[in-house]
Design a protein around this ligand. Structure first.
Ligand code: ADP
Length: 272
């Protein structure tokens, strides 16, 4: 049966209805808004930005969770100083780890006996495991869940977007990234998924001179403003290279890091 709302293809024939791949969460999960953090490639600071976004949101009075969907490079547990012993489970359900300030975390690394054990799985198996982070983990009441996505726009991130109820996307880039291409790819993916892009964060944007405070753009001048303006997306943060951030991440003390670069998030987070 069709009506005037049924989409037509450009040949005039009826297009098949788009399949809905969304999966239901665990009955013990009540997440109000889900924000996916994406990047064009690994190593640009996507996990660090996910962590800082979660921290900023928690510091503003919200209950916050991080789903670490970057299965092959899971760094969230290390940053928050949580390990496998912080997970609890019964026969059917897993309960996420909680950081010192109460941020809930689930990551493949929490299921590994050793942190440095590699996950040697093909895409469909990884995607299946990620779906279980939604179906088998009881996240409880969460205002904002941040999803640290696998880098790129390949089949695993696509499956995650199709399966989870993502409300908005944050894009992380660096000045040496091929920014306009990466942003255009993310914009295309977001359009396909019908999810709004909330903003772009430029990480490793500059170094601040410890003597005079001058901002040194060691990767050359940034093109983030033109790119963002061309796509109509706000730039919500520029984060400097800061060795104390690296140290905080590496020692599990990101929650004690006092760099406050994410205030632009307040303007773009969807209301709950
Ligand atoms: P990704 O998730 O994109 O792979 P990460 O967030 O894991 O990247 O960051 C990679 C490494 O770079 C980590 O050691 C992290 O501490 C460091 N790092 C990220 N952003 C910064 C920054 N702005 N200043 C200093 N170190 C950073």
């Amino acid at each position: 049966m069709s009506n005037e709302n049924t989409p037509k293809s450009n040949t005039g024939k009826m297009a098949p209805p788009q399949p809905n791949f969304k999966i239901d969460p665990n009955p013990g999960t009540h997440v109000k808004k889900m924000i996916a953090v994406v990047s064009g490639k690994g190593g640009v600071g996507k996990s660090s930005v996910t962590a800082m976004s979660a921290l900023w949101t928690a510091r503003h009075g919200h209950s916050v969770a991080i789903m670490d969907a970057d299965i092959t490079g899971p760094s969230i547990p290390r940053m928050f100083g949580v390990g496998p012993y912080d997970l609890t489970a019964n026969d059917t359900t897993i309960f996420p780890a909680q950081s010192v300030t109460g941020i809930k975390v689930m990551s493949m690394n929490l299921l590994m006996e050793q942190e440095d054990q590699p996950v040697i799985w093909r895409g469909p198996v990884i995607a299946g495991a990620l779906k279980q982070f939604w179906t088998d983990v009881a996240w409880g009441d969460v205002d904002y869940m941040f999803v640290d996505m696998p880098p790129g726009t390949g089949d695993v991130p696509l499956t995650v977007f199709q399966a989870l109820p993502v409300d908005g996307i944050l894009i992380v880039t660096t000045p040496q990234d091929l920014v306009s291409m990466i942003v255009r790819k993310a914009v295309s993916m977001a359009k396909l998924m019908e999810v709004p892009i909330l903003g772009i964060i430029e990480n490793m944007s500059y170094v601040k001179c410890p003597h005079c405070g001058e901002e040194i753009h060691i990767f050359g001048s940034s093109h983030i403003d033109e790119t963002a303006a061309a796509e109509g997306i706000p730039v919500i943060a520029r984060i400097p290279i800061d060795s104390s951030m690296t140290a905080a991440c590496d020692s599990g003390k990101i929650e004690y890091y006092d760099g406050d670069f994410m205030s632009g998030l307040g303007k773009v987070l969807p209301e709950i």
